[in-house]
Design a protein around this ligand. Structure first.
Ligand SMILES: [Zn+2]
Length: 114
């Protein structure tokens, strides 16, 4: 899920919309499936509220607000682990909410956000 101004792909209540110029990869689908799991465990609306509040607060901090959002950090860290959702613990995103926690490096740096 991206910030609105540069949406290449967006996941609305588990339905995934992609800009026609975006190549849909297995990794992108997995990223969005992780967001769908996050949404489900929060009964959807609270996911969007928490997402927007965290994003707005992170705008006040150093670094990329979007990439620092706990939901996004979990999705980026595990998007290449295609079995992740089979062993993911509920509310796993909570441990990614702490900005100071050491973050696993994402091997592939993507230009496009998804
Ligand atoms: Zn995302």
């Amino acid at each position: 899920m991206p910030p609105l101004r540069r949406h290449a792909a967006i996941n609305l209540f588990g339905v995934f919309f992609v800009h026609p110029d975006v190549r849909v990869t297995k990794r992108l689908i997995n990223h969005e499936r992780i967001h769908t799991a996050q949404m489900r465990e929060l009964a959807y609306i609270p996911f969007y509220l928490i997402y927007l509040i965290e994003w707005a607060l992170r705008l006040l901090l150093k670094g990329n607000a979007y990439r620092s959002i706990g939901f996004e950090r979990e999705a980026y860290v595990h998007e290449s682990d295609f079995d992740y959702l089979e062993h993911r613990k509920h509310y796993a995103w909570l441990k990614y909410m702490n900005k100071n926690k050491k973050r696993k490096k994402n091997k592939r740096n993507r230009k496009k956000d998804d």
